[in-house]
Design a protein around this ligand. Sequence first.
Ligand SMILES: Cc1ncc(COP(=O)(O)O)c(C=O)c1O
Length: 389
Amino acid sequence: MSDFIPLSVPNIKGNAWKYVKRCLDTGWVSSAGAYVETFEGKLRAFTGAGHAVAVVNGTSGLQLALRLSGVEAGDEVLVPALTFIAPVNAVRYLGAEPVFLDCDAFMNLDPAGLGEFLKTACRGTARGLVNKKTGRRVKAVLPVHIFGNPCDLAAIMKLARDYGLKVIEDATESLGSYYTAGKYKGKHTGTIGDFGVYSFNGNKIITTGSGGMVVTADKKMAAKARYLATQAKDDAVRYVHNEVGYNFRMTNIQAALGAAQLEQLPAFIKRKKDNYAFYRKALAGVKGLELLGVPEGTSPNYWFYSLLIDKAAFGLDREGLMAALGKAGIQTRPVWHLNNLQEPYRRNQAYKVNRAPWFVERVLNLPCSTGLTKEQAARVVAAVKAERN
Ligand SMILES: Cc1ncc(COP(=O)(O)O)c(C=O)c1O
């Protein structure tokens, strides 16, 4: 059998060894050290974010952002039914409850459904917007830029402002994605809401092993994020703490790797885009298959390539194709089980989640590593085509 082709693996190159070695050689291996600031500065420069705070992972970054948005126990946060479970768990860590909304044609949070929910299922009260069904205060909305495709943030931000909601952008999958038209032309995902959060997990477009970054335009909020992430230390010498903080700071070793990885990001995005174009062209015309497109007015980072499979026309369903590719040494993955159906969230409200199940049944994500070669991509295409009707 030819070599195994993984779904999405790290691509460590450039200055990674040099920067990490410097940490090891100097003993600056923990959460103090120059690379944390360097990495934060490089990320600010790349995305245009006002302030950036490096943290241990994207999930903890989301938890911090939600807390700083004023989300408290008993509040509700509007989240997508179709996303990785991390942002949903982050809501629950604060004792708050997720309400699940449907997706649009790009698997992103559907602004039409959000608007309808806010208009018909909520009412304004002295303590803020309240969900008529549960009586809970609705505090924030958390759109996720799924697989790197930017959400329709112009519509989501307008609704959030109209109804007094905070916006936390889950940009964990979309580092490098930006808008090319409309109100946010030139702006990167993650830099538009009250907070944005990136992830540098091993499967992301750049990695620090594990890591995340909270960004915000609000200087005070950034300082508070840093404070809370560092055990809310009010006096670092006498150990005085006036709030319950977290140990969420990124280490210098992770940041050193991140700084080196960020230098590679433009080349990584180019490779992702080229491979996407290759897959799209090579699979065009195969009956029953379609590679998910790109929202108009956006330039995504092409993090994942989602193949939509119509079983009747292709002759094989998603499970069948995944198994066949697995046998050929090609790793693929379906999209997530819906969050409103997950055991911890089955009893939470799901508002008209009608489109998401369609994607759950059909999506198969193809190998998309930034190190994926043309030859490997061609092998994937040949293996897919070998299964058609
Ligand atoms: C949509 C989404 N949100 C949040 C996360 C959490 O990031 P991390 O793994 O860095 O905690 C991830 C990925 O892991 C993700 O894909």
